[in-house]
Design a protein around this ligand. Structure first.
Ligand SMILES: [Fe+2]
Length: 430
């Protein structure tokens, strides 16, 4: 848990990043087209500030709202998605002034209010909420073919390290899936660690690369009905997918759209922007399968048991141990401006030899997003609960995810048709 000074720094940093992610966009770009998979950025930047005001400044207090119209404009639980383009929003400059005002008030409160666990928790919650929207700002920029977002300060890792083949062998056993109560901050869907059994399994040391995925595409993978589940085939035919959404082929070969420009495929970088259904069909073609959520977490966080047999009781917070991410261990924070080769960042390997389980690309796993036993929603009741059963789980974070948000037990979730998000996958041996 960060101390109040560190927390205030995060509050400022998250807001700065939000502002930087939209600074170069015109009013027309900030409105953007009406699509189910994006929000108008003009609305979304106000929403992150409103969420912070609502929870960290107003929750549990009798305090006047900063703007009389705030709740009517930016409450995502109350304002239907398709209406967000039609709201009487304040101008962009006014919205940015509101964002700064909320930030300054919260920083002031953190510095002057008596220490309070509740304030600390709520402030942190709003920082993480903003971090998640920040990631959405970046995939919105990809969806709408806007220029790449600015990279953040800090040393970028060496991205060109080539491929990484082979499987990590993980022994079976019982372990505790989920977050322990010693974790300082967790979201409701990670609560709490509970015993699960896994049979011995072999999981790829690296995510599936673009080169590997090309082989599936060129082998007619999208046209072969037998490789797709019923719902996968329905999705594929519905959107007429014949390759990943941002790919195209010309006389010289395959290219992918990276924000507003076309680049040659990067053979050894992970395939990204594929739906869960595409991952499932690839696995059927390759004679592999997606890891379960429990297998993914076991491979990321456990060590070999005593005498090299079975699984350790100890769980690592990150694949490499308990220390926080560094640029040598994980590709995060938008530092590198994109994905790294799957062979890069050996310093972040798990005890079983899996690489980049944190950072670079979100990884679809087999499971539906479901509550852990004894689930109870946190005060923000709509964070997880409405999405159980309809979404699939993703693990690990991507190149643009904020490092402070992540740990091995962190669960992300999207519907299986989403291919606009920074998602890829790794596979297990059958
Ligand atoms: Fe939100």
């Amino acid at each position: 848990m960060p101390d109040p000074t560190q927390l205030a720094r995060w509050v400022r940093d998250a807001r700065e990043r939000s502002l930087a992610l939209v600074a170069d966009l015109s009013p027309e770009q900030l409105k953007g087209p009406r699509l189910a998979i994006v929000n108008p950025l003009h609305w979304e930047i106000g929403h992150v500030a409103w969420f912070q005001e609502f929870w960290a400044l107003r929750h549990g207090r009798v305090e006047k709202a900063l703007r009389a119209d705030g709740d009517a404009l930016w409450d995502s639980g109350a304002i239907a998605h398709e209406t967000r383009w039609d709201l009487p929003l304040p101008s962009i400059e006014e919205t940015k002034a509101y964002m700064r005002e909320v930030r300054d008030r919260l920083v002031h409160r953190l510095a002057t209010a008596p220490p309070s666990r509740e304030l600390h928790y709520l402030a942190l919650y709003t920082v993480f909420h903003e971090d998640m929207h920040g990631e959405a700002f970046t995939y919105t920029r990809q969806t709408l073919a806007y220029p790449p977002p600015p990279t953040t300060a800090g040393l970028a890792p060496d991205l060109a390290a080539g491929p990484l083949g082979g499987d990590a062998e993980v022994p079976g056993g019982t372990f505790k899936l989920g977050s322990g109560t010693d974790e300082p901050f967790v979201f409701d869907n990670e609560k709490w660690a509970h015993a699960v059994d896994v049979a011995p399994f072999a999981i790829a040391r690296a995510p599936v690369t673009q080169e590997q995925f090309v082989a599936f595409v060129e082998d007619g993978g999208y046209a072969r009905r037998e490789l797709w589940s019923e719902s996968g085939w329905r999705w594929r035919t519905g959107v007429e997918a014949a390759h990943p959404v941002y790919w195209r082929r010309d006389a010289v070969g395959w290219h992918r759209r990276d924000f507003d420009r076309w680049v040659r495929l990067e053979a050894h970088r992970p395939v990204i922007h594929v739906s869960w259904y595409e991952a499932e069909a690839y696995c059927a073609w390759a004679g592999r399968r997606l890891p379960t959520e429990a297998e993914w977490e076991a491979a990321a966080s456990l060590e070999p048991g005593p005498g090299g047999r079975g699984l350790s009781a100890r769980k690592r917070r990150f694949p490499w141990g308990d220390d926080p991410p560094t640029p040598q261990r994980a590709n995060l924070d938008g530092r590198a401006g994109g994905g790294a080769d799957v062979g890069a960042l050996a310093g972040g390997d798990s005890a079983f030899g899996c690489r980049q389980m944190i950072g670079n690309v979100w990884e679809w796993v087999a499971d539906d997003f479901r509550p852990y036993p004894g689930f109870a929603p946190d005060m923000y009741r709509d964070y997880s609960q409405p999405w159980f059963g309809t979404h699939k789980v993703l693990r690990g974070g991507c190149w643009v995810t904020r490092a402070r948000l992540l740990r091995n037990t962190w669960r992300n979730f999207y519907t299986p048709d989403r291919r606009d998000v920074w998602a890829g996958f790794r596979t297990c041996r059958l």
